[in-house]
Design a protein around this ligand. Sequence first.
Ligand SMILES: Cc1cc2nc3c(=O)[nH]c(=O)nc-3n(C[C@H](O)[C@H](O)[C@H](O)COP(=O)(O)O)c2cc1C
Length: 202
Amino acid sequence: MINNMRVLVGISGASGSIYAERLIAELASRIPRVYVIFTKTGQQVCRHELTISDERFSLLRLLKQEQNPDHVIRVFSDEDLFAPVASGSSVPTHMVVLPCSMGCLARISCGISSGLLERAADVMLKQKRPLIVCPRETPLNTIHLRNMTSLSEMGVHIVPAMPAFYQKPSGISDLVDFMVGRILEILNLDHQLYRPWNPRMR
Ligand SMILES: Cc1cc2nc3c(=O)[nH]c(=O)nc-3n(C[C@H](O)[C@H](O)[C@H](O)COP(=O)(O)O)c2cc1C
């Protein structure tokens, strides 16, 4: 399965670009192809929140087209509706929207497809392929909750950016690893980003 995996990571303008940075790094070391689409605001939030400090992989360097280990990663413009992922005939095996803004979530749930990220999500839905949406907002209003319910009813995995603290994280990196580990589990990819819960081991 891993040999055929082509995972599309959509990065929208919610807070939490660091999750996408870590997920892409983990995917690129495990599977042959990772596609990336930033929304316009997604790019702006990445520039605001991230610094080029991660020694393994930098989303900012990818944005500047300075880093692409082994050309595993392919970035598509959100405006490029001629890209292969816009068509059901060339659909990725899995898609993760991380972080997912409430606007992006609403547009996906209504099938609006205003850019390539949303169109690709729409294709995943119509082809009934696995779609993972990682919303980040708090507090949530009824519109947000209804849109999440509507996506969940269509089989979408709703994985809120809500790291746990029972792992006794030693810093932000552990919190990020927890979230990315949860996503890798849904993708059926092995990882050692955190230890499985065992209350007898402290
Ligand atoms: C620094 C920053 C952080 C933001 N964080 C969030 C967030 O966590 N959740 C959210 O729904 N919107 C957030 N927004 C607002 C979205 O960026 C905004 O709704 C935007 O239109 C989303 O566009 P997109 O869905 O096309 O990426 C944030 C905006 C900025 C500038």
